[in-house]
Design a protein around this ligand. Structure first.
Ligand code: GLV
Ligand code: MN
Ligand code: MN
Length: 426
């Protein structure tokens, strides 16, 4: 395959992308589910807003003459097969996701999808000849905040999750994936798992502070850390807040708070790159003068080293057992998502770096702290990612921001990498 060529033998320059056109599309997509008074948006997977965002992007794919398919779990792929390319060859794929967390920014995921469209439009306008088709995908439910696991669509695409299981998933609001997909009209007919691409390259914002702090324009992503999500349910005894002596309480709220403190201490004890978060917590009945009867909370543990991640999971499990004994509560836990650390293809990683350097851009190799569809595609084809800086390292927040010049630079790197992988048809 084309990735066998040494990275320093990169293809002739690709035509330069139109950053204004890309920013206009990002702004138009961000209007769907816009969070008033912010630049951000809220398009949780399979909601009406997600459906409307999908319609807009599918419309753009149609305008560009792509062959658009929707698979049975709602993954959408638009493939560009210009005259002169081998229409049956496995495409070089790019893309990401367009669902967001409920308090999302306009760049997370959306950038990778719309940059892919921008590259194709640029190549099409310039008449750039290619040997292999180039596809742009947006995978269903990357965020996982409504329906776990995260990266659901790309995981199913590579055969890591059965379609039946994915469709039957019940969300935090009680909705079921299959019903929601039907409702928004995105339960397609293309089979899933899908065809392995020739290679996959995803442009994404870094969502962290590393590039900005280093004053670097392009992140060359070598790996993605492992992610472990657990939902914990604590059952205690609801009682009067004024009359129940402290030593007689079976307080689910207190136990939940202890877990929050424990995972933070655990991450500090293990040291970087271990991170740990309790991001969601619900108490019942959630009243000022009632000892909580039950609590549900989530724990997100991540590490680039799977052995340490496993150890953090083990230590959490031991703590939960001790806590249940000490507090007289019942604690159950269930895994919501578990992905191992992933190392990207060294040749494609080297290609990203060589292209960026050739374009005069500063580069830094780094692991990804966030999960990405690319880590799933890496199971079936050579894959890599390109990061652009995030202002103040802020993401999963409506104020997420990346400088237009960095978006342009990242998209130009993407263009040249895709052109190299798709092979210039001389
Ligand atoms: C996805 O954005 C994740 O890393 O949680
Ligand atoms: Mn993302
Ligand atoms: Mn995200």
């Amino acid at each position: 395959m084309a990735t066998d060529s040494p990275p320093n033998e990169i293809a002739a320059p690709a035509p330069t992308v139109d950053a204004g056109r890309l920013l206009d599309r990002l702004a138009a997509l961000a209007e769907i589910g816009a969070i008033e008074g912010t630049e951000g948006c809220s398009r949780l997977a399979f909601t009406d807003a997600d459906g409307a965002g999908r319609d807009l992007v599918v419309g753009w794919m149609g305008d560009l003459g792509l062959d658009v398919s929707v698979d049975v779990i709602g993954n959408v792929i638009g493939i560009w097969r210009p005259d002169g390319c081998d229409p049956d060859a496995a495409p070089v794929l790019t893309g990401s996701h367009i669902d967001t967390v409920a308090t999302g920014g306009r760049y997370d995921g959306n950038l990778g999808v719309l940059a892919g469209l921008e590259v194709i439009e640029t190549f099409a306008s310039a008449g750039t000849p290619i040997c292999r088709p180039i596809g742009v995908a947006f995978f269903s439910n990357e965020e996982g905040s409504r329906f776990a696991p995260d990266m659901m669509g790309s995981l199913a695409y590579v055969g890591g999750l059965s379609v039946e299981e994915a469709l039957a998933t019940v969300g935090v609001d009680g909705a079921i994936v299959v019903d929601e997909l039907d409702r928004i009209g995105y339960r397609g007919s293309t089979p899933c798992p899908g065809r392995a691409p020739h290679a996959y390259v995803e442009l994404h914002i870094e969502q962290g502070p590393v590039l900005e702090m280093a004053g670097t324009r392009i992140g060359v992503v070598e790996s993605v850390q492992g992610i472990s999500w657990t939902q914990i349910t604590i059952t205690g005894q609801s009682n009067h807040a004024g009359t129940t002596p402290m030593h007689l309480r079976r307080d689910a709220g207190y136990a939940a708070a202890r877990i929050g403190a424990f995972v933070r201490d655990l991450a500090v004890d293990l040291g970087p790159p271990q991170v740990a978060t309790v991001g969601a917590i619900n108490l019942h009945p959630n009243l000022v003068n009632v000892v909580a009867a039950s609590a549900t909370l989530t724990v997100d543990l991540r590490n680039t080293d799977d052995a340490v991640l496993v150890d953090s999971e083990r230590r959490l499990g031991l703590f939960l057992d001790e806590l249940a004994d000490q507090e007289g509560v019942t604690i159950t836990s269930r895994s919501l998502a578990r992905s191992e650390p992933v190392t990207f293809d060294p040749t494609v990683v080297g290609l990203v770096e060589a292209v960026a350097v050739d374009l005069g851009l500063s580069t830094l190799r780094l692991p990804s702290g966030a999960g990405h569809d690319a880590q799933m595609l890496a199971r079936v084809c050579p894959s890599a990612m390109i990061f652009t800086p995030s202002r103040d390292g802020i993401s999963h927040n409506p104020s997420e921001y990346t400088e237009p010049a960095d978006i342009e630079a990242g998209t130009n790197v993407l263009a040249r990498v895709l052109l190299h992988l798709a092979g210039r048809n001389r």
